[in-house]
Design a protein around this ligand. Structure first.
Ligand code: SAM
Length: 302
């Protein structure tokens, strides 16, 4: 196995009509590469992992919402040696009541699968929260020394990349990231009006290992906004340019002062007004209009 894997055909495992199913060859290769003696999958979908494990004689437990197991509310029934996890791709493909009837699950198991189906999360943030709850719950159940293989993808909507790999919690030791080429992905056959659009033709497998069981290191993405006026990293040119760009119109000097006053940058420099004037004079980027207002003057700002 190398860090880029590619399986043009998916093999006879699982069911290719179950949307978002994965290739059994990947699971076979992981079993070989990591010399796996036990592998479970609690979101097994159409049963790909189960089929591969049965064929290779690797024992495991195979569950899914479609088999009456809800990871959000139910206990993981064992301490698995290793886990394969292929979560839904955000809301790109809906599972409950699309791939299987919600009413069948209600009749058979007494709960509505739509409530905690990860693919039915309200939005990306809600999905990430649920995904990370499942990630940490599964990792906690893992035997010490065990590995978790997480197959996931990115998707793009309205000019924004929704990346599971970036947003997923990474507990334990990050051992490997594999790039898995995607074949026959929908985007292959589409014609994009927007020429900037780069079709996504790969997925990732993240491999994390549990080296310690009580104190688990975790790396998690945190999102916050940075106000250029409150941090010391940008130089004054960039602070002034930033709100001129956002404002989109020339600003009188007094207004510029007002925008900056009271922010941390001024607190640390009692001569900040001089600094603003000096900066405006110093860079060709800034120029004055007829009425003395200041504007940002490079070509793409008009
Ligand atoms: C990407 S699919 C797995 C596909 C599988 N690897 C295959 O080859 O068929 C994700 C699965 O997660 C399941 N799922 C979503 N939310 C769940 C939850 N809260 N508990 C258990 N399973 C869930 C869905 O029913 C779906 O089958």
């Amino acid at each position: 196995m190398k860090s880029v894997v590619s399986y043009p055909d998916r093999g006879k495992y699982g069911n290719n009509r179950y949307r978002g199913n994965c290739s059994g060859w990947l699971i076979k290769d992981l079993i070989d590469q990591y010399n796996i003696k036990g592998l479970s999958d609690y979101m097994v979908g159409s049963g790909t992992t189960e089929d591969v494990c049965n064929e290779t004689g690797v024992p495991g437990t195979f569950l899914d919402l479609n088999r009456g197991f809800d990871m959000m509310t139910m206990d993981i029934p064992e301490r698995p040696q290793n886990l394969f996890w292929h979560p839904p791709y955000g809301g790109m493909i809906i599972y409950s009541d699309q791939m299987y009837k919600a009413q069948d699950i209600i009749n058979q198991y007494g709960f509505d699968p739509r409530v905690n189906d990860l693919s039915r999360a309200r939005n990306w943030d809600d999905f990430v929260k649920k995904m990370n709850y499942c990630m940490l719950k599964q990792f906690s159940s893992l035997e010490k020394g065990g590995r978790m293989f997480v197959l996931m993808g990115d998707w793009k909507q309205k000019g924004r990349l929704y990346s599971m790999l970036c947003d997923i919690a990474k507990p334990g030791t990050l051992e490997q990231i594999l790039v898995k080429m995607e074949h026959n992905c929908k985007s292959d056959s589409r014609n994009y009006a927007n020429t900037n659009f780069v079709p996504i033709c790969h997925e990732y497998v993240m491999v994390v290992r549990k080296d310690a069981a009580t104190i688990i290191p975790i790396s998690m993405a945190k999102k916050y906004s940075l106000d250029m006026r409150d941090v010391s990293t940008p130089i004054w040119r960039d602070v002034i340019a930033a709100f001129m760009e956002d404002e989109g119109k020339p600003l009188p000097l007094q207004e510029l002062y007002q925008r900056i006053e009271g922010h941390k940058r001024c607190a640390s420099n009692s001569h900040w007004k001089e600094k603003v004037r000096q900066t405006l004079q110093r860079y060709d980027l800034f120029s004055q209009t007829q009425d003395g207002s200041w504007k940002i003057g490079c070509s793409h700002h008009g």
